[in-house]
Unconditional design. Structure first.
Length: 278
């Protein structure tokens, strides 16, 4: 993030653009307010920075940077529109996703597969291509769920999925009909944005072995209830989503609720944390 903030080349994701917008807005208010008209001179670097970032955000949607001069397109459209998956003419995907086209053996239908390059072992097990997901070579990481129309998943019922210990970044991205998922008992790690744009998902239950939950797990909007089976709070990297207003309760299986409410990464949700009733 912010590797080349004054460059007009390349692509950035919505998070970086949103932070850039806030920085420039605050700088504008402070500088103009403190120094009157002279403050505008000091604002010039911030305006240059903002339009450079806006151009790269527009590139992420495969649009020219000149589009940023259109009112409403900048900043509102740039803040909320999803970028293109994979490399486009402006550069690599800032979410480190790559899109390939594969044929299904059974029907010769084209299937788009998106894999995060940030995974430690992004090697595809070819025997799973005729299924509905991709695993790492050792079978421990669920890299991507391919069937975005899936409504329910039981990982315990699948012999290959039973051994999964990690849900990869963006693994269930855009599975917008998924409403129920049962995790494997071996699961320990759920990476960032794993359930982004899973609009139908309202409840999740994390097994007792889960010890890490990545930030913005649900993307733009949170689910309603979360159940955590672990006695000890897993490490929570950040917020569950960009907007946690929908989150109504977090049920925990513990004899001491203060372990969660006083935990540094969980205290922001202290008012929602409740002991699960058996």
């Amino acid at each position: 993030m912010f590797k080349k903030p004054f460059s007009f080349d390349g692509r950035i994701r919505r998070t970086e653009f949103g932070i850039s917008f806030i920085i420039c807005y605050i700088a504008h208010i402070c500088l103009v307010g403190l120094m009157d008209l002279n403050g505008y001179i000091f604002c010039i670097p911030f305006f240059f920075f903002f339009f450079a970032q806006a151009a790269k955000r527009s590139h992420d949607m495969d649009k020219s940077g000149w589009f940023t001069l259109i009112p409403l397109y900048n900043p509102f459209f740039l803040l909320f529109r999803e970028g293109t998956i994979g490399t486009n003419k402006y550069g690599k995907d800032p979410k480190y996703r790559i899109t390939d086209i594969l044929f299904r053996n059974s029907s010769d239908l084209l299937t788009t597969i998106t894999v995060s390059l940030k995974q430690k072992n992004p090697i595809i097990r070819t025997e799973n291509i005729d299924k509905k997901y991709l695993l790492s070579e050792d079978g421990k990481i669920l890299l991507k769920w391919l069937d975005t129309q899936v409504t329910a998943i039981d990982m315990q019922a699948d012999p290959d999925l039973r051994n999964v210990t990690t849900i990869g970044r963006d693994a269930f991205y855009n599975c917008n009909k998924l409403s129920n998922i049962i995790f494997t008992g071996q699961l320990t790690t759920i990476q960032k944005a794993a359930f982004e744009d899973c609009e139908k998902l309202q409840h999740l239950s994390f097994p007792s072995q889960v010890n890490f939950i990545g930030e913005f797990l649900f993307g733009r909007n949170c689910i309603e209830t979360i159940n955590i089976e672990s006695e000890i709070p897993p490490r929570l990297e950040g917020n569950f989503s960009y907007n946690d207003e929908k989150l109504q309760a977090i049920y925990v299986t513990t004899s001491d609720i203060s372990l969660y409410r006083n935990n540094e990464s969980w205290k922001k949700y202290a008012h929602l944390i409740r002991i699960k009733k058996h």
